[in-house]
Design a binder for this molecule. Structure first.
Ligand code: SAM
Length: 279
């Protein structure tokens, strides 16, 4: 099963803490959308680079709560729009947020298109799936000739917001409990995406952007990442342990981000993008 998938329907407390240990817990749409502006900004930037006026069929892979799907609906209101996500909670939220689209709960690892799409779009999701050298060309096959494959993948593993928790998970206090945490696999290099896309592409545009999100303090940065990158650690812990793990990480992280004159921190967040047109 792919990392980040929701296997259980474990109830999540209103503060985003998970009630009980349950292997892989479902995603929390409310917690995810707490930083909706920051998260959706990359989705907007990706969409802006797709030069397609009137696609008939569009799919959003890893649609989450439909924040990205809503952008696609606004840009192409007459297109048939599908959303795919493995999380039951995300799909439920997406259906409520955007009734005009069709949402399917499925694992992208096994997903195939019955009919090709004019746009296959995926924002902030494919980092949860392994082996991009195989996955990316396979998903590109779901694009119709002349259509577009547009992807954004967070490339932020070097950030203290992740490296601090990786190191903490190796310490004697946490190692045993966290040894099976399904953290996301390494993503590919820019060169890998170029190599695997070009054989079937008319053109390939690849770029990286490092956003500088202004955050109140280290605790706010931890709030940001606990819905996503460090969620697999929290999935292995009960609520009290989650709080202790996050508190320890927050303390260790506090000195790793430069404080600005107004007391805020700039949270650098690197993301890799590509837009490829199928030949
Ligand atoms: C960070 S959210 C991205 C949501 C939205 N696309 C956005 O732009 O903000 C990642 C989503 O990927 C989904 N996901 C993770 N692994 C998946 C998989 N193997 N198959 C389908 N969805 C997956 C999660 O359930 C989650 O909703």
């Amino acid at each position: 099963m792919a990392a980040g998938m929701g296997r259980s329907t474990t109830r999540i407390r209103s503060n985003g803490f998970i009630r009980e240990r349950a292997g892989v817990n479902d995603w929390d749409p409310k917690l995810y959308l707490r930083f909706g502006d920051e998260r959706t900004r990359a989705a907007i930037d990706l969409l802006a680079r797709i030069p397609e006026d009137a696609p008939a069929r569009v799919v959003d892979l890893g649609c989450g709560p439909a924040n990205s799907t809503a952008l696609l609906a606004a840009r192409w209101p007459v297109a048939t729009l599908d959303g795919v996500d493995s999380s039951a909670a995300m799909i439920e939220q997406a259906r409520a947020a955007l009734p005009s689209a069709r949402f399917e709960q499925a694992d992208i690892a096994n997903w195939t298109a019955s009919t090709p799409y004019d746009v296959v779009y995926s924002n902030a999701t494919l980092q949860w799936l392994p082996d991009h050298a195989t996955l990316i060309p396979r998903l590109f096959e779901a694009v119709a000739p002349g259509g577009w494959f547009a992807v954004q993948i967070p490339n932020n593993k070097a950030s203290p917001s992740q490296s601090v928790f990786r190191a903490l998970a190796q310490t004697s206090r946490w190692r045993d409990k966290l040894k099976n945490a399904a953290i996301s696999p390494p993503i590919g290099t820019v060169g890998l995406y170029d190599d695997v896309l070009r054989p079937a592409a008319r053109k390939v545009d690849i770029w990286e952007t490092e956003y500088q999100h202004r955050m109140k303090d280290a605790a706010a940065i931890v709030e940001f990442v606990r819905a996503t990158a460090i969620k697999p650690y929290l999935d292995c812990l009960v609520a009290d342990e989650q709080r202790a793990f996050l508190d320890e990480g927050t303390r260790l992280m506090a000195d790793q981000f430069e404080r600005r004159s107004d007391g805020s921190l700039l949270f650098a967040f690197r993301r890799l993008f590509f837009v490829a047109q199928r030949a």
